[in-house]
Design a protein around this ligand. Structure first.
Ligand code: EPZ
Length: 421
């Protein structure tokens, strides 16, 4: 397993091209199951999760050529609409094949994703919605067994108890080939949901209201393959924006849409960081210590949970007390003990972390099991005195394209140490 070594002190300076959005690419690649023919997806990030999705689609009999940032998918009728545990356990987003398979083939056998480091991650809302559309679902030895008795899903009015992101995406896909109209209320409003709707409409679907909490889909008989370039990754961008600020740097993030991370930008400005819209991107100029700012994670357009660990690191360098509250996942403070070992003063009580800053961080050997927590530890190494070694970076490689190359190009003293096996 590879590790990453970082030596603190260098400010990040220069321009960084933001990669395509992982959490848009994953549902979009799975949606290719809805239409036969040659799909071409561009600006797809070079990530482990993309390769895992390709393996899953190939397992089902679909042709997939990954040559990042281009992915070509040769949609054709598949023999085996099933997603085995071996693949789903690597990436719970594999559950995103459920909606397309139910819509296209009227049957699916998909392993339950199981929990992960940050929480139980149930999919009850996905299943409730599919049942409302006429699917019968049984749980069999850890698998979701789905059958559509009449062969084709039918449109339904579905109210989600939680604005689940992948739940909204699964049900949006399922509804595109259902008979009649589907109305999804309390839907997730993330930019990645809007991006998926754009792709589905390009395929010939009729999806309206994506980006709001009510999405209406008119079912179609058949959809067509598409050629589409995927939006930039707002969480990757936000991660590097924090890196620029904490190192006293000056970085232009190219390709990111300001509106997609408006709340993060507002919170960083509140902390005294310069965040400017520039032609084609966002420029961040910062210098610790920062003003303390409280943050509570919420569904979009609120503060994104995927930026909670990175913002907590920022607040360890604020002069005063701040409170970070995580409301989306039940166990998303795994970065806290590691940051405490580096010298951060953090006190966790229930869903809130109480910080006192500014802390003088010291390099250490650290490890996290959550993709975003791992990223915040690499960033911590950029400002800590001495050397920080982040272990098990395969978590990072799931969601950050060549993180050490991108940070190194901005002036960081960083290297990847290739481990055995
Ligand atoms: C998506 O996960 C993202 N993943 C996550 O990003 C992100 O953190 C999350 O949305 C929240 O924004 C992808 O898009 C591939 P949810 P998802 O369903 O869809 C509960 C990253 O780092 N829930 O919106 O799985 C659930 O337990 C990853 O890139 C139910 O109870 O998240 C959680 O507490 C991490 N029942 C909350 O809702 C359900 O049926 C939000 O989950 C579904 C969800």
């Amino acid at each position: 397993m590879d590790n990453i070594k970082v030596r603190g002190g260098a400010p990040l300076r220069g321009t960084l091209k933001v990669s395509g959005a992982k959490n848009a690419a994953l549902p979009i690649l799975c949606s290719a199951l809805l239409a036969d023919g040659e799909h071409v997806f561009r600006n797809v990030p070079d990530l482990r999760d993309i390769e895992t999705t390709a393996q899953l689609l190939r397992h089902m009999g679909v042709g997939v050529d990954v040559d990042a940032p281009i992915v070509k998918i040769h949609g054709r009728p598949i023999e085996e609409p099933d997603a085995p545990y071996e693949l789903v356990k690597q990436m719970r987003a594999s559950v995103l094949v459920l909606g397309p398979l139910a819509a296209r083939y009227g049957k699916a056998r998909v392993s339950l994703p199981g929990g992960c480091a940050i929480g139980a991650r149930p999919i009850d809302q996905h299943l409730k919605g599919l049942e409302a559309m006429g699917a019968t679902i049984s749980l069999d030895h850890g698998y979701v067994d789905l059958v559509v008795p009449y062969g084709r899903l039918r449109g339904a009015d579905i109210h989600l108890d939680i604005p689940t992101v992948t739940g909204t995406e699964n049900l949006m896909c399922a509804a595109t080939l259902a008979k009649g109209r589907t109305r999804l209320s309390n839907a997730a409003r993330e930019p990645e949901v809007e991006e998926l709707a754009r792709v589905l409409n390009k395929m010939g679907a009729s999806v309206e209201g994506a980006g709001t909490d009510v999405i209406t889909i008119e079912g179609r008989e058949v959809l067509q393959p598409v050629d589409h370039a995927i939006i930039a990754d707002r969480i990757e961008a936000g991660t590097y924006m924090v890196g620029a600020a904490i190192t006293g740097g000056d970085v232009l993030l190219e390709g990111i849409t300001f509106d997609h991370i408006e709340v993060l930008c507002a919170k960083m400005r509140q902390a005294g960081i310069t965040v400017e819209r520039e032609a084609g991107g966002i420029r961040v100029v910062g210098k610790p210590p920062f003003k303390p700012v409280d943050v509570t994670t919420e569904p979009h357009p609120g503060f994104p949970t995927d930026m909670q660990a990175q913002f907590m690191l920022l607040m360890t360098l604020a002069a005063g007390g701040s409170v970070i509250t995580e409301t989306i996942f039940e166990n998303r403070f795994m970065h806290v003990p590691e940051l405490q070992r580096m010298g951060a003063r953090i006190d966790v009580r229930g869903r809130s972390a109480f910080l006192q800053g500014p802390s003088k961080l010291q390099g250490a050997r650290v490890m996290a099991t959550d993709l975003r927590a791992s990223a915040s530890l690499v960033l911590a190494g950029l400002v800590a005195r001495g050397e920080t070694e982040v272990l098990r970076v395969y978590h990072l490689d799931r969601g950050y394209e060549r993180i050490e190359a991108k940070l190194g190009a901005l002036g960081a003293d960083i290297e990847r140490v290739h481990g055995n096996a």
